[in-house]
Design a protein around this ligand. Structure first.
Ligand SMILES: C[S@@+](CC[C@H](N)C(=O)[O-])C[C@H]1O[C@@H](n2cnc3c(N)ncnc32)[C@H](O)[C@@H]1O
Length: 233
C-alpha cells in the first residue's frame, strides 16, 4: 500500500529538535507507552535482552546504526573494544558522553547514503528504527550492514513492527480508524510494518549466511507487535 507521506517524512521528523525539550532520554527517542517513558528497571531488562542476543565479547567492534541518544550504545560500549554510532539527528547524538564513554566514535549521517568502512565490525545493532525506511531503502540498509560487517559478523535488527500483528497493536476499532486516517494524511504513527519472511528472504538475497527471527521476551515493551532479526554474515 502506498501512502501520501513526503519522501523525507521520517528524516524531517527525527531532525526536529522539539523532542529534545524533554530531559527524559526515553521520551527523546519515543520509548513510551501512552506517553509515559519506560522505567529504569524495565529498561535494564531490555538492555540485558539486547546484550544477550548479541553475546558481546571484549574484543568485539560494535556498529550501532540509528543510535539516537546512545541509550543502548553507551552501556554496550563498556562490554566491547570499540563502538561506532550513526544517526541522522546531531541533536540526539550530542547526548552521548564521549568523555565518559571514550571508546565511542560518533558519526552524524543519513543511513540511506552514509559510507561506512567495509568489513570493519564484528557485531552491530539497529534498534527501533527499521520502520523509518521504505521497502526500497530497506534493501539499501541491509546492503550497508552486510558490507560493514566482518565475515561471520552478527547484526541485530531489533523491534521491527510485524505486519502480521498490525491489529494486535491497533486492537480497538477507534484505533484502526486513527491508523488509516494517519496513513491517509501522510503522518503515520509507527512507520513501515514488515513481514518476517520478506526480511529473511532479503537477508539471504543480500548475502547473509543466516537470518533468524527472535520473538521478544513478553516483558519487553513492544513484544506484542514487534520482533527482532539476527543476521549472520
Ligand atoms: C526510535 S529512535 C531509536 C534510537 C535508538 N536506536 C534506541 O533504541 O534508543 C530511531 C532513531 O533512528 C534515527 N533515524 C531515523 N532515520 C534515520 C536515517 N535515515 N539515518 C540515520 N538515522 C535515522 C532517528 O534519528 C532516531 O534517533
Amino acid at each position: 500500500m502506498s501512502n501520501g507521506q513526503t519522501a523525507d517524512y521520517w528524516a524531517l521528523y527525527w531532525r526536529n529538535r522539539d523532542r529534545l525539550k524533554s530531559d527524559d532520554p526515553h521520551f527523546q527517542v519515543g520509548r513510551t507507552v501512552g506517553g509515559v517513558p519506560i522505567d529504569a528497571q524495565n529498561w535494564e531488562f531490555h538492555l540485558g535482552e539486547i546484550e544477550s542476543a548479541l553475546s558481546l565479547q571484549p574484543h568485539d567492534t560494535l556498529l550501532d546504526l540509528c543510535a539516537g541518544n546512545g541509550m543502548i550504545s553507551m552501556p554496550l560500549s563498556l562490554k566491547c573494544k570499540a563502538t561506532t554510532v550513526v544517526d541522522i539527528s546531531e541533536a540526539l547524538l550530542q547526548n552521548i558522553d564521549v568523555q565518559e564513554y571514550p571508546t565511542i566514535e560518533v558519526l552524524v549521517g543519513d543511513l540511506r547514503s552514509i559510507a561506512l568502512p567495509p568489513q570493519s565490525f564484528s557485531k552491530g545493532l539497529m534498534y527501533g528504527a527499521l520502520q523509518y525506511f521504505n521497502e526500497r531503502e530497506t534493501i539499501g540498509v541491509f546492503e550497508t550492514i552486510y558490507n560493514a560487517l566482518m565475515p561471520r559478523g552478527e547484526y541485530l535488527i531489533g523491534d521491527i513492527p510485524d505486519i502480521d500483528r498490525l491489529f494486535q497493536f491497533y486492537r480497538k476499532p477507534e484505533w484502526v480508524r486513527v491508523y488509516f486516517d494517519s496513513i491517509k494524511a501522510g503522518t503515520p504513527a509507527v512507520g513501515h510494518w514488515f513481514k518476517q519472511e520478506v526480511l529473511m528472504s532479503l537477508a539471504h538475497h543480500v548475502g547473509f549466511g543466516s537470518a533468524k527471527v527472535i520473538y521478544q521476551h513478553p516483558n519487553l515493551l513492544n513484544s506484542h507487535y514487534r520482533f527482532d532479526l539476527l543476521l549472520t554474515k
